[in-house]
Write a protein of this length. Sequence first.
Length: 175
Amino acid sequence: MSIQHALLTSLLEKPSSGYELANRFDHSIGYFWQATHQQIYRELARMADAGWLLAEHDATGTSRRKKTYHVLEAGRRELARWIAEPGDPGRSDQALLIKLRAEAVLGPLGASQELHRLIALHKTRLQMYRDIEQRDFPAADMDHAQKLRHAVLRMGIKTEENWLAWAKETLPLME
């Protein structure tokens, strides 16, 4: 996922200046997708150049002119296109969270398909972890090193179980 899609989503939720957007981003989307203020300003300029955003200048009475960014139709189309495509393997879970927020603003655009795809991936991973547990940690009398390795694997199992429980709760909201 590019930072641009997260910024488009945030600006659809509320048109903002770069400063306001960076602060809002830090306290919402920034909890699961990191971006520096410099990155945000750089991406805002790129998106405006691409025709995805309109930068409206506000006279503030100071020497600097404040810009408020609004998403244009081309930006909406780009966000809709991105929502409908499968996520990158490494960051699909984080991208899904942005896609859900974008759908909250734009309406259903296919994020449910991504959720179904990720459910299948997480089920496969959970089964793999359980198979490893059965194969490598069958004995109750493990030594200290085995117990630590098993604890790491159990964290993976619990993470997958938790993700799948969240997905099961979320899926009805999308259909």
